[in-house]
Design a protein around this ligand. Structure first.
Ligand SMILES: [Zn+2]
Length: 494
């Protein structure tokens, strides 16, 4: 029997606005698609937060015994600067500014993206397809949408006919928008005269002569519209109808709305059962913006090299901090928040390190199975990681009480406590035991300094005071103070 037969998950579905009991289309299997990054700059911390939410969801589904196919794409073409299908392709623009090939831009920032996610201990998705690797599939999809009467060609570009679609379908059902309101609120932008209506969106854009990212198609040498790649790649790998589609809240409209429209127009059915959206990350109560300095690159959290934080934080501390907020809540990234999480994280790790040496008693005074089910209940309730973490701190209390002898567990319950903590902390939340790594580092440092202290003693015994002072002074320069006392020399690290 698989765990998922006992543990029933409820997922908040953005499409219906309610929490629904999760039932996969094929029993025991889950297909999940998450919109990946546009690789034209360093990955934004807000995106890291979104992908972390889905990393934990992926990990939990796997833990329950589901066979999960998790597809997260790389957008390496077609994402224009402006949602209204105007402006330059983001990657082509970066390539022009830096005078390098677009694929060099893509390579550089894909590597950066993977490095950051590895540092945060993400599991890789099952498939990571790219937009440029699926041009043929996108062209085929456009042909079908044209054949079905929901798209039209003008001057080599192809646009989705939102008004025509809305006559028989519901455009705006995900973002709860009405076409009439959209019409009312859209201002006509220059250079959009090709479209029948400003609400229409590009499926294919004819490339201007200077545009270097271009592919041949039946309509023109050009490139696909951004929304199209996700429809092409999700349905190619997960089928025309799959379980979960996720992404950041900002993608709900127009990106995901357009994905639904494309799928319904091409395949005649709605693509996804559960739409999930991770909320925003802000910093110091405000939107992050490079221009105001209220901004941090993910990497700067680990180096401490940013004026918004007072020190460097371990990747697992930052991960723990982010998971202390539910994925549908806004997360406010602050130095104080990180410092508090750091304390909590090391308290949790200290308890886990104690757990190894706890001795079983004859009888249990704590109800570990009830506690264990509470951990599952938290995750079953729309992946509520902050509630789960509260239960993990309940276990920290148990561990300390058992250590002091005020509570006890029998061998079976102690084994349950250990396996449950390991599963939730390391497999599901994806944290790493940083204390043990730090301790190893500290042990090695002590060994090396002890050796230098011994060499200094030998130098003094040989009256080589130049050498003994050199050892003391140069250690002081790197922040290690030697102190000579009655019982020999000790050291402290500043
Ligand atoms: Zn997408």
């Amino acid at each position: 029997m698989q765990l998922y037969e006992k543990q029933s998950i409820k997922i908040y579905n953005s499409l219906t606005g309610t929490k629904e009991t999760f039932k996969p289309i094929n029993e025991g299997h889950v297909g999940m698609y998450v919109c990946g990054p546009t690789v034209y700059s360093n990955v934004h911390l807000g995106n890291v937060r979104t992908f972390m939410s889905f990393d934990v969801i992926f990990r939990y589904l796997k833990h329950l015994g589901y066979k999960v196919r998790y597809v997260r794409n790389i957008t390496d073409a077609g994402h224009l600067e402006n949602d209204a299908d105007v402006g330059e392709d983001r990657i082509a623009k970066k390539a022009r500014l830096e005078q390098i090939e677009p694929m060099e831009v893509v390579q550089r920032y894909t590597v950066d993206f993977h490095n950051i996610l590895n540092t945060f201990n993400f599991l890789p998705p099952s498939i990571e397809p790219t937009a440029t690797g699926h041009i043929i599939e996108q062209i085929e999809l456009i042909k079908t949408i044209i054949d079905n009467g929901f798209a039209y060609e003008v001057n080599g570009s192809v646009y989705f006919d939102v008004h025509k679609f809305n006559e028989t379908h519901d455009y705006g059902k995900l973002s709860k928008r009405k076409l009439e309101d959209l019409i009312h609120n859209t201002r006509e932008l220059d250079g959009q005269s090709d479209k029948k209506n400003p609400q229409d969106f590009a499926l294919w854009k004819r490339a201007e002569p200077q545009h270097i990212m271009r592919w041949p198609s039946p309509w023109s040498d050009g490139f696909p519209g951004w929304h199209l790649e996700c429809t092409a790649m999700s349905t190619k790998y997960l089928g025309e109808h799959f379980d979960i589609h996720g992404g950041g809240m900002d993608l709900k409209f127009p990106h995901h709305e357009c994905e639904i429209a494309q799928n319904e127009a091409a395949k005649g059915q709605t693509p996804v059962n559960y739409w999930m959206h991770a909320n925003m990350l802000i910093m110091n109560g405000k939107k992050m913006a490079k221009s105001t300095g209220n901004y941090i690159l993910p990497n700067e959290i680990f180096t401490g090299d940013n004026k918004n934080i007072t020190k460097a934080f371990a990747p697992s501390v930052a991960r723990f901090f982010m998971l202390q907020a539910h994925y549908r809540s806004i997360l406010d990234f602050t130095n104080d928040g990180l410092l508090a999480s750091e304390k909590g994280f090391y308290r949790l790790m200290d308890a886990i390190n104690l757990l190894k040496d706890l001795k079983a008693s004859e009888k249990s005074s704590l109800d570990i199975n009830t506690w264990k089910q509470k951990c599952y209940d938290a995750m079953n309730d729309d992946f509520n990681s902050p509630i789960l973490i509260a239960h993990l701190f309940e276990a920290v209390k148990y561990i300390n009480q058992i250590k002091e002898g005020s509570e006890s567990l029998n061998a079976e319950d102690l084994a349950t406590l250990k396996s449950t903590i390991n599963a939730f902390v390391f497999d599901i939340l994806g944290l790493e035991n940083e204390t043990s790594a730090n301790e190893t580092g500290t042990d090695k440092l002590s060994g090396a300094v002890d050796l230098l202290i011994k060499l200094r003693q030998e130098a003094r015994a040989n009256k080589d005071f130049a050498l003994s002072d050199k050892i003391r002074d140069e250690l002081a320069e790197v922040g290690i103070q030697l102190k000579d006392g009655k019982d020999g020399t000790t050291f402290s690290v500043n």
